[in-house]
Design a protein around this ligand. Structure first.
Ligand code: CA
Length: 220
């Protein structure tokens, strides 16, 4: 899953990137509203964390701009403490969720997980496909109840495919949702990760759809 964080406070921005990266997200950081607005409308994010108080273009205007252009990416806004009117304005402008600063990192993580799950049509925190389960809270993967160790990138690929199960996902799409913007991307490595996932989780789990990409589980 790939996230955009738009936050101008350097310490909080770095802290968010570090923690979200440790949680297996690919994260891009924008430090002002202009850069954030541009990235949000040109890159395919799975969710966006948007501070409202931003230099150059304020967060509310950025959000309105995205929604006016039909960008439906789920957005969680960060508001000033006690500023209830910011929450109302944010939600009216198209925010999907909000957190008031200062917030607990665990709460942000839980809200992001729920936001991404709901957007992709899953209500339960444990995703299941045949004998394979992926617990989005702990990041634990199991086959028929037996825990399987995955590397960070194997997990990222599986996590995306599990959220999109039944649908065909191209290698390009996987690449865009598994790597951050400044990463030296190579879509051939996706093939390697899929090969390893098949060895660890069973050959039948991920089908190759010739010329199009991969599909996890039966066609939806
Ligand atoms: Ca700010």
């Amino acid at each position: 899953m790939r996230l955009l964080v738009v936050e101008d406070t350097p310490e909080l921005g770095e802290q968010l990137v570090q923690r979200l990266t440790a949680e297996a997200y690919a994260v891009d950081l924008a430090r002002d509203g202009e850069e954030g607005q541009f990235l949000g409308e040109t890159e395919p994010y799975d969710a966006i964390v948007l501070d409202l108080g931003l230099p150059r273009i304020d967060g509310l205007s950025v959000l309105k701009h995205w929604r006016a252009r039909g960008i439906a990416t789920p957005v969680l806004i960060l508001t000033a403490r006690g500023a209830w009117h910011e929450k109302v304005q944010g939600i009216d402008a198209g925010a999907d969720d909000y957190l008031a600063k200062p917030f607990a990192m665990e709460e942000l993580l839980a809200r992001l997980r729920a936001l991404i799950r709901r957007t992709m049509g899953h209500s339960a925190p444990v995703l299941t496909c045949g004998p394979v389960t992926l617990d989005t809270r702990s990041g634990k993967v199991a086959v028929a109840g037996e825990a399987i160790d995955l590397t960070a990138y194997e997990f990222k690929v599986l996590d995306y495919l599990m959220h999109r199960q039944g649908q065909v996902v191209s290698r390009t799409e996987l690449t865009e949702h598994v790597y951050a913007q400044d990463f030296d991307r190579d879509s051939n490595t996706i093939e390697v990760f899929v090969g390893r996932l098949r060895r660890k989780l069973g050959n039948d789990l991920i089908a190759t759809v010739r010329g199009l990409g991969y599909r996890l589980g039966p066609a939806a």
